[in-house]
Design a protein around this ligand. Sequence first.
Ligand code: AMP
Length: 117
Amino acid sequence: MAETIFAKIIRKEIPADIVYQDELVTAFRDINAQAPSHILIVPNKAIATAADVTHEDELALGRLFTVARKLAEAEGLEKGYRLIVNCKEHGHQEVFHLHMHLLGGRALGPMLSITND
Ligand code: AMP
């Protein structure tokens, strides 16, 4: 797969507001935040999409959730938040390095946009 900008962020070759990193995952603030808290949590291994995950990825993918919980607590999101993984064209995925969005800090409304863009 082609390398994405997220691989460079994980290796700290380009700047990003990294809020967490361990041997399996890296979390950094989305450059185009859609909510007061908008953090991307990504496996350090470059898995292109949710359609490409394998059994070997289960530890890292589970870590996305435990890190999301810790970051949500750190961000003060006790009223709740949303975790999103977009997949390929119909999921409106833009960066082909699997990532989980953590969004919170305001009421987010119904889950799906009904626009066609
Ligand atoms: P998705 O549509 O799920 O692929 O989301 C990709 C997200 O990556 C978008 O919300 C972008 O704002 C975000 N993004 C793209 N480039 C960067 C970057 N250099 N640093 C932080 N977030 C980024």
